[in-house]
Structure formats: structure tokens, C-alpha cells
Design a protein around this ligand. Structure first.
Ligand code: ZN
Ligand code: ZN
Length: 257
């Protein structure tokens, strides 16, 4: 069965990630307190935290009060988005390396993402141990893309986000097959928000609609640029009666001035 084959590949990558140690995940410098710290001080100091003023809806860095201009002109379908880092400079190049040859970096980003959700999501107490379960869903790739890359970076992040939430006393479970991508979409790099929305429209499909009913979902991806992918996936999940979709990414592009 194809899915079993992919699961094996993913597990193998994850095992390799977990077994590494005592060196910085980015530059391989010696690190004696790994994995308490996964990056050395120098690497970590290059990353730009998204901890200043941010949009109340999409969470991106903005100078505007309240909601950013992009959300004002077209409100995304997710409830809220959260990102620990700004997608710019070294933060951008570090996070891009997850999908271009250094999947181990997913562990560092995922832990920061889980911590960011715990810190910023108002309703997190409802999901403390013994409470409701957060449903963690990675933004999927098509099977063809998955075959080409060998792994889905969003899955690596979602898996570790889930484990971190559990370690911190919250109830969370990974649902990797609930949302599927049914067709490939064009490269979005040079598209504006509206073209991106058109590009992703209808590309995602909720495979298990019953599983989503009334649930709070944490949709996980590596990067948010315009938010079109997150918005489209959230809209699919909401049409399957999800109660709330939170979009959790490693880094978000700041609002352009
Ligand atoms: Zn380093
Ligand atoms: Zn916004």
C-alpha cells in the first residue's frame, strides 16, 4: 500500500533526526546541552523573532494597529494564525533548509511553534491534560510531490509540534490523513494573494469529514506568505464542520509597507 510506504520513509527520516545530537542542527558546532538547545547561540541569534506588534488575525509582523491591511481587504478563513519567526533574512533561509536537505531543523522550529501556540492561543487551557484534544493536521503535499521530495516538511513539523504539546501537558494528536491534496498547484512565488487563492482553490480535500466535526484543529505548515494556502485548507476543514482552525507556521512574511 502506497501510504505505508510513505509512512516508512517519514519514520526513517524522523528516527535519523532524533538520533543526531551534541551538535548544532544548523552548523554542526559542538553543543553539550543538546537537545535542550538544538541550535548554537550564534545560529539562534541570526533568527528574527516575531515578538513585536503583529496582526490580530494572521499573526504577521505589522505596523498597523489591530488587523493588517491584507486581512482587512480579505479576511482569511482560519480563526487565527501564529508564527514564532519572521520570514526574512536568515530565518527564511533556515526554515527553507527543512525542505532542501536538512529535515532535522524541523525539530527546532516545531518546538518554537508549539511554545508559541501555548503562549498566544487564548483557549489553550481547554486542551490541558484530561480536557479536549487538539487535532493537529499538516498541510499536505500531493502524492507525486511527496514521492519527489521523499517527505513532507509540514508533517515533520506537525509530528514534533504534537509531541511537544503532549510533553508540556496538553492533549494533542496528529491526524495526517484527514486532509489531502488532490492536485498539484503552480509555483506561487510571484503571485499576488488573489491569484494564489485561485491557484489553490479546490486543491485540498477532506478525506475524513466526520473526524473534523466540532473539533479545534491546529493546521501546520512551514511558511506563511500571503496566507492563501492556510485560508483554503481552513475553509475545507470548516466545511467539514470543524469548530475552529488555528494556522500554525514556523515563519510568516511581514506586512509590506
Ligand atoms: Zn550553529
Ligand atoms: Zn493579517
Amino acid at each position: 500500500m502506497k501510504l505505508d510506504f510513505f509512512k516508512k520513509i517519514k519514520n526513517r527520516i524522523y528516527d535519523t533526526c532524533a538520533k543526531r545530537g551534541y551538535t548544532c542542527d544548523a552548523c554542526k558546532a559542538e553543543l553539550f546541552d543538546y537537545p535542550t538547545h538544538r541550535l548554537c547561540e550564534e545560529c539562534e541569534s541570526k533568527l528574527r523573532l516575531n515578538n513585536g506588534r503583529s496582526c490580530e488575525k494572521c499573526g504577521r509582523m505589522t505596523l498597523a494597529e489591530g488587523v493588517c491591511l491584507s486581512c482587512k481587504s480579505r479576511l482569511p478563513r482560519f480563526h487565527r494564525a501564529y508564527s514564532p519567526f519572521v520570514y526574512r533574512g536568515e530565518s527564511a533561509s533556515f526554515i527553507n533548509r527543512i525542505k532542501t536537505g536538512n529535515p532535522t531543523l524541523a525539530l527546532y522550529f516545531a518546538e518554537k511553534m508549539a511554545d508559541c501556540l501555548i503562549e498566544r492561543f487564548d483557549g489553550i487551557e481547554d486542551f490541558a491534560e484530561g480536557g479536549e484534544e487538539l487535532m493537529v493536521i499538516p498541510v499536505p503535499l500531493t502524492e507525486e510531490r511527496l514521492r519527489l521530495r521523499g517527505y513532507n516538511q509540514a508533517w515533520l513539523l506537525a509530528d514534533r509540534v504534537c509531541k511537544r504539546l503532549t510533553e508540556k501537558g496538553y492533549c494533542a494528536k496528529l491526524y495526517e490523513d484527514v486532509l489531502q491534496k488532490t492536485r498539484d498547484t503552480a509555483q506561487q512565488k510571484h503571485m499576488d494573494y488573489v491569484s494564489r487563492l485561485e491557484n489553490v482553490a479546490g486543491a485540498y480535500h477532506v478525506h475524513d469529514r466526520k473526524a473534523c466535526r466540532g473539533r479545534t484543529i491546529v493546521l501546520v505548515d512551514d511558511i506563511m506568505t500571503t496566507g492563501a494556502t492556510g485560508s483554503e485548507c481552513a475553509s475545507r476543514l470548516q466545511s467539514a464542520d470543524a469548530a475552529k482552525v488555528l494556522f500554525l507556521v514556523g515563519a510568516a512574511l511581514p506586512e509590506r509597507k
